[in-house]
Design a protein around this ligand. Structure first.
Ligand SMILES: *[C@@H]1O[C@H](CO)[C@@H](O)[C@H](O)[C@H]1NC(C)=O
Ligand SMILES: *[C@@H]1O[C@H](CO)[C@@H](O)[C@H](O)[C@H]1NC(C)=O
Ligand SMILES: *[C@@H]1O[C@H](CO)[C@@H](O)[C@H](O)[C@H]1NC(C)=O
Ligand SMILES: *[C@@H]1O[C@H](CO)[C@@H](O)[C@H](O)[C@H]1NC(C)=O
Ligand SMILES: *[C@@H]1O[C@H](CO)[C@@H](O)[C@H](O)[C@H]1NC(C)=O
Ligand SMILES: *[C@@H]1O[C@H](CO)[C@@H](O)[C@H](O)[C@H]1NC(C)=O
Ligand SMILES: *[C@@H]1O[C@H](CO)[C@@H](O)[C@H](O)[C@H]1NC(C)=O
Ligand SMILES: *[C@@H]1O[C@H](CO)[C@@H](O)[C@H](O)[C@H]1NC(C)=O
Ligand SMILES: *[C@@H]1O[C@H](CO)[C@@H](O)[C@H](O)[C@H]1NC(C)=O
Length: 592
């Protein structure tokens, strides 16, 4: 009898997680894949944010009653984008869009048990805070390879996630998209053991805007750690435009005007009464913003002050961060400088624009197929001020605060992408993290299992999974790969990912000097300026010699010539745009 009980209990602990999971408030039915991973798709982690919950903070999902088993074998919709012309609005085999979109997808090794306590990677997709742009990736290969649980989250974006005004502050809640990310983390912490995951070993990983969101949360949790993650990975981060309430109010006016709700006494009630698609615009801009609560300061300020949650992190960028995020038909210095200054809300002085021109635009670059003469030069500038230099500054702050932080440069050479001029573009590393068959759009062909860069995928996965399990990318790295040393302010060492040539390198001196020059501009990218045309770059950096015979500043480039915030029909933070749907995105830019 005694032995029987022991056997029974052994037997119970050995039972793998069933595709039918009972979460007490609901039962969900997933799918066991033949590969040895079980997936639960479209799992609701918050109540539908519709009706009176539009513009409100997320709340727990309602319980399902009557013993109903919820189908988790199919994806549910992703969140409606801000713009009706966003690529996610187009028919796509992988997703549909809707306002009711607060779902996670979970991937776990099928052999896991509730006692397995596997490391958990919680993936926050990008999309410039205006779109769910890396939606419904297939986490099954990463989960299997790393023996970890992978969770992917949809969160509200654009007007639905980030509308900001005194009306919304009073009758709803601010920064709801960011609160969705937090709600998803809370849901994961509460329930992930039912899928084999360890609620005490969660690592949040985000790309592009998802990475910027995590930077904001690292700052938000500086003095009050809710224990939702033990480590963070920021892939190709940038900074979003962080508006004050007054600046947000102008965008709210843009919205009430566009919807004609400006004519009603209760604009918020009016906005809540409309069909969700009626709230979409191409002109009104919504991003994470100052709310005196979750976001008290711009992230660059918090990181510079060391006011961050002190946990291990990874962050990094791809060599050619700018190529997919600047207008491909840029031909002239004037067009390029206009674009650069728009990114800084017109902050740059004429001499600063001269420095940019001499540093980047005068440098000869090859001309690529179907692209403007000045495209690659502009892309190089954009890559620095929207990605490389920002990442370096965030990590300087983390390192100075005494945390362990690892930097990478994703420099994988894909023959086709190099020939097209895109190079190792913004967020291309996701193909290494998830495997090229599991992302969206058209990944570089060479990353496929039969391609020349196939080997970089398991190498990338191993560093990532190792960090998820141990907070150290080295503990379980692939055999024969180099030790990844932490980033330091003095050393500035980073791991170069390149097939056959992976290794530690120092941040290149030229790039470093350019970042020194650009440093004053970075804050102006994050916070719209009130003084256009006055910002001076650091001309003593040794680059961009302003006294040489440069092109001068064409008339149209006057720093004071910028669109005002309220009327800025300017691109939303372009660097935070998607990697997928890039063709559509670029053609949208061409038509601006
Ligand atoms: C992930 O890939 C596996 C293997 O191709 C497939 O069976 C599974 O349905 C995919 N999952 C998703 C969510 O696409
Ligand atoms: C209001 O909308 C009209 C067109 O519908 C536009 O011409 C005008 O500039 C808008 N005003 C503001 C303040 O956004
Ligand atoms: C409201 O917006 C409309 C455009 O939709 C504009 O023509 C009108 O002047 C605005 N009215 C007020 C009171 O702001
Ligand atoms: C909302 O608008 C969309 C697009 O115009 C339309 O297809 C849908 O039927 C509308 N929904 C309602 C409830 O009116
Ligand atoms: C750049 O030049 C090309 C080729 O002449 C032209 O097709 C394109 O429209 C130009 N771009 C702009 C923004 O003028
Ligand atoms: C590699 O595999 C893809 C499908 O995964 C296929 O389309 C392509 O033709 C293959 N390439 C080679 C060189 O075999
Ligand atoms: C150093 O960085 C500059 C600017 O980013 C780049 O043009 C150059 O090729 C880099 N040099 C090396 C050796 O990587
Ligand atoms: C600019 O270049 C000139 C000539 O090469 C040199 O004399 C001058 O010191 C440089 N100025 C700066 C700020 O680097
Ligand atoms: C900047 O340059 C433009 C064009 O040369 C000129 O019109 C403008 O006055 C200059 N601005 C300042 C502040 O010098």
């Amino acid at each position: 009898m005694f032995i029987f009980i022991i056997l029974l209990s052994l037997c119970q602990t050995a039972i793998a997680v069933s595709p039918l999971v009972d979460l007490s408030y609901t039962k969900i039915q997933g799918t066991a894949l033949s590969s040895g991973v079980t997936q639960w798709l479209g799992v609701r982690y918050a109540a539908p944010p519709v009706g009176t919950l539009r513009f409100a903070a997320p709340i727990d999902p309602p319980a399902t009653t009557g013993g109903i088993v919820v189908d988790a074998t199919r994806f549910q919709p992703i969140c409606l984008p801000n713009s009706p012309t966003d690529f996610t609005m187009k028919p796509n085999k992988r997703f549909t869009v809707a306002e009711d979109c607060l779902f996670v997808n979970v991937f776990a090794p099928s052999g896991a048990t509730p006692e397995s306590k596997l490391g958990v990677m919680y993936f926050v997709q990008g999309g410039g805070f205006g779109s769910n742009s890396n939606a419904n990736f297939n986490g099954s290969d990463l989960a299997l390879f790393g023996n970890i649980v992978v969770v992917q989250v949809n969160y509200r974006v654009g007007v639905f996630g980030f509308a900001q005004s005194k009306e919304i502050k009073a009758g709803g809640s601010l920064n709801n998209g960011l609160k969705d990310v937090v709600q998803g983390l809370k849901w994961t912490k509460q329930h992930i053991s039912s899928f084999g995951g360890n609620p005490e070993q969660m690592v949040a990983s985000g790309d592009s805007a998802g990475a910027s969101a995590l930077a904001l949360l690292l700052a938000a949790f500086a003095d009050n750690d809710p224990g939702l993650f033990k480590g963070v990975i920021m892939e190709s981060p940038s900074v979003a435009t962080i508006r004050s309430l007054e600046q947000g109010q102008e965008q709210y006016a843009c919205l009430t005007n566009a919807t004609k709700c400006n004519k009603t006494a209760d604009t918020l009630a009016c906005l809540r009464s409309l069909n969700a698609t009626a709230l979409q615009t191409t002109t009104c801009q919504f991003n994470p913003h100052l709310d005196d609560d979750l976001v008290k300061k711009p992230s660059l300020d918090s990181f510079a002050a060391g006011a961050v949650l002190k946990i291990p992190t990874i962050a990094g960028t791809c060599t050619d961060e700018g190529t997919k995020n600047v207008p491909k038909d840029t031909n002239t210095t004037a067009q390029a400088l206009q674009f650069v200054n728009d990114q800084a809300f017109g902050a740059l002085s004429n001499s600063s624009l001269s420095l940019i021109a001499q540093t980047y635009l005068n440098a000869p670059q090859p001309v690529f197929p179907n692209s403007g003469r000045m495209w690659r030069q502009l892309a190089n500038a954009h890559g620095d001020f929207r990605a490389h230099c920002i990442t370096a500054r965030l990590q300087d702050g983390l390192a100075a605060a005494g945390t362990t932080t690892y930097n990478y440069r994703y420099a994988v050479l894909d023959e086709q992408q190099e020939a097209l001029g895109f190079g190792a573009y913004h967020t291309v590393e996701l193909n290494g993290v998830f495997g090229a068959a599991n992302t969206d759009g058209a990944p570089p062909a060479s990353y496929r299992s039969n391609g020349t860069n196939a080997a970089i995928v398991p190498i990338t996965m191993a560093y990532w999974a190792s960090f998820v399990k141990t907070l150290d990318p080295n503990a379980d790295r692939a055999p024969g790969t180099p030790e990844w040393k932490p980033w330091t302010v003095a050393g500035q060492e980073r791991l170069r990912f390149q097939t056959g040539n992976i290794g530690m390198e120092k941040m290149n001196d030229t790039q470093n000097a350019r970042c020194t020059m650009l440093n004053p501009m970075l804050a102006a990218v994050e916070v719209p300026t009130s003084k256009p045309g006055t910002l001076e770059l650091n001309s003593a950096s040794g680059v961009g010699n302003a006294s040489s015979t440069g092109p001068g500043i064409p008339q149209a480039q006057s720093g004071g010539d910028m669109p005002s915030l309220a009327t800025a029909a300017n691109p939303i933070p372009l660097c935070l745009q998607r990697m997928t749907g890039v063709a559509l995105f670029v053609s949208a830019l061409l038509s601006l």
